[in-house]
Structures are given as structure tokens and as C-alpha cells.
Design a protein around this ligand. Sequence first.
Ligand SMILES: CC(C)(COP(=O)(O)OP(=O)(O)OC[C@H]1O[C@@H](n2cnc3c(N)ncnc32)[C@H](O)[C@@H]1OP(=O)(O)O)[C@@H](O)C(=O)NCCC(=O)NCCS
Length: 308
Amino acid sequence: MTAGVAGTPAWAVALLRDARVGRLATADAAGHPLAVPVCYAFDGARVYSAVDAKPKSTRNLRRLRNIAANPYVSLVVDVWDEDWSRLCWVMVEGRAEVLTTGPEFTGAIDRLVEKYPQYRQLRLDRQQGAVVAVTPERVLAWRPPPQRPVGIRIEPAGPEQAEVVLQAMRRGFEQYRGSLNPPSSALDETVEDVRAAMARGGAFIASDGDAVVGSARYQLRPGHVYAERVAVDPGARGRGVGAALMREIEEAGRAAGYAEIRIGVRASLPGNLRFYEGLGYRTLASGPHPRGPDYDMTLSKDLRTSIL
Ligand SMILES: CC(C)(COP(=O)(O)OP(=O)(O)OC[C@H]1O[C@@H](n2cnc3c(N)ncnc32)[C@H](O)[C@@H]1OP(=O)(O)O)[C@@H](O)C(=O)NCCC(=O)NCCS
């Protein structure tokens, strides 16, 4: 289970922050559900929605009674479009608490007034009323996977294709010859090395017509899938081939029952960091490179909560 919003893809965190309306579901002690539209503010840790004090029945509102009886709630924020390639949603499962006084209560009111000019006119009250504060315990997010780049085929590679995987990798990594310190070990790999690495997981080959334009490998390690040697021919870059190779590896990991995927990136190659961040990866750890002056960064992505 993902605690809080850690591991949630950046687009989903942005949607949760910026969307204007969410649907909050509560349930009473007997489990009878209630879903209501809410205006809310998200401060990066908790989601706040207000119950105005004006109607006399405020304190007795059904959602507040439900939360008092059963703190487990769910909030969904979604984007609807007749073009289904634009659909997306974020679902927060967590525990709710009702605040009526104190700095967190007034801070939440201020946030809500800042986000919704309408609350200024309604004069959302800092003295009375109630705020529902939701602490996320799990965040699920979905949006359709991007279309595969036009004309590109991605296929799993068997051991007999180790040479093809190796040659594609060499073309992709050739640019690092003489320019990385310490040098990239990718350029020293033999076909036996590649075959042995593929035996610990697998590999994919990207083709454009008859031409191989990229390859990537992965290992199934205890607790996570490790992607490596993701390589696209210089002439085929910027068309989504690298992203498509990563998606195939992620799918292979999910299919094998894995919840996490990792990859190592050098700190001296910030473009690669941006490539993986764009695919929903986040830095898990970093440390000095064992062979020289660079730093190694380990990036990670939760395969259960994100389909990018
Ligand atoms: C890294 C690499 C695999 C990317 O392949 P690619 O096919 O060009 O990547 P894509 O076209 O799928 O790019 C996907 C996204 O990442 C972005 N991206 C890719 N490379 C980037 C870079 N160097 N800097 C910033 N963004 C980059 C793209 O702009 C694209 O963004 P978008 O979805 O917003 O359009 C390729 O540049 C490569 O083979 N590099 C040499 C080998 C290497 O370093 N591999 C990684 C080892 S960790």
C-alpha cells in the first residue's frame, strides 16, 4: 500500500491539486454509502473540504455523522471527455477527521478561500463550521496509455536474439564513448553478457519496418523489476520509442506479479532523469558511482498505482 501520495505520478498529483470538484464518498456504521460533490483544497499531504456553518443543520450533516461513525472515506477526481483518450482519474482512499477549531482548521479555510473566489462572497467562516480533513492512505490513478508510436513494433526478444539486442544497445550507447567518467560499462558488454542478463528477466526489441531501432532489458529481482540498457538509435529518438520500450517492460513486470520497477541513472545525464520522470519514476536513492566521480541515482515507480 502506498502511504500518502508518495509514488503517485506527477500528473495525478497535479490533477488532485488543480481540479475544481471531487466526489467524496462516506459510509455509515452499517456501510450505507453516500457520495457528494465537494470543493476541496489539497496541500500536498491532506485534502480539505468545508461545511459551511450557515444552515442550521450543518453539524448534523449526514457526511459528518458518517465520518464520526466510520472514518474511512474515498475521494475521486476525474476528467471526463467524449474523446476517451483524454479520460483520467485520481482516487484517494483514506481516513477523515472533522476539524472545527485550531490552526489546521483555519489554515484549511484560508486555502479554500484562496482556491475558490466564490467562498470569499459566501464568507466562509473561520470561527464556525467544520472542515473534513482526509489523510490519504492509498492513491490510485489512471489515464489511458499513450498511443504506440506510429509504425513502431515492440516485441519480446528470445535468447537467440541476444546479438540483435546487443547491437541495438551499442548503437544507442555509442554516444557515451569517451564522454562519460567513469566510462559506461554498456560498451564493454559481450553477447554472452547480454544472454546471461536476459536469462534473469528478458528484453524487448523495437523495429521500424525491417530496421531494428532500439532495445531494452530487464531483470526480475527480489521485490522489483530492474530495467536496464534502454537504447534507441539516434535517428529514431523523440518519437516515443524509448517510452514504448519502458511500457512493455512495466507490463511484463505487472504480468509477473511485481509491484515495483527500478532503473539506475547517472546524475551527469539529467536528460535521462527527465525521460524517466516523465514516465512517472521518482528518485529512490543516490550514491557515489563505485568506479569514478559520477553519482548513481536509483529511480522507482509503483506498478500498481500508475498506468502511464
Ligand atoms: C533515453 C532514450 C532511451 C530515450 O529514447 P527516445 O525514444 O528518444 O524517448 P521518447 O521519444 O520515448 O521520449 C519520451 C519522453 O521523454 C522525453 N525525453 C527523452 N529524452 C530526453 C532527454 N534527453 N531530455 C529531456 N527529455 C527527454 C521526450 O521529450 C518525451 O517527452 P514527451 O512525452 O513529453 O514528448 C534515448 O535517448 C537513448 O537511447 N539514449 C542513449 C542511451 C541511454 O542513455 N539510455 C538510458 C540509460 S539509463
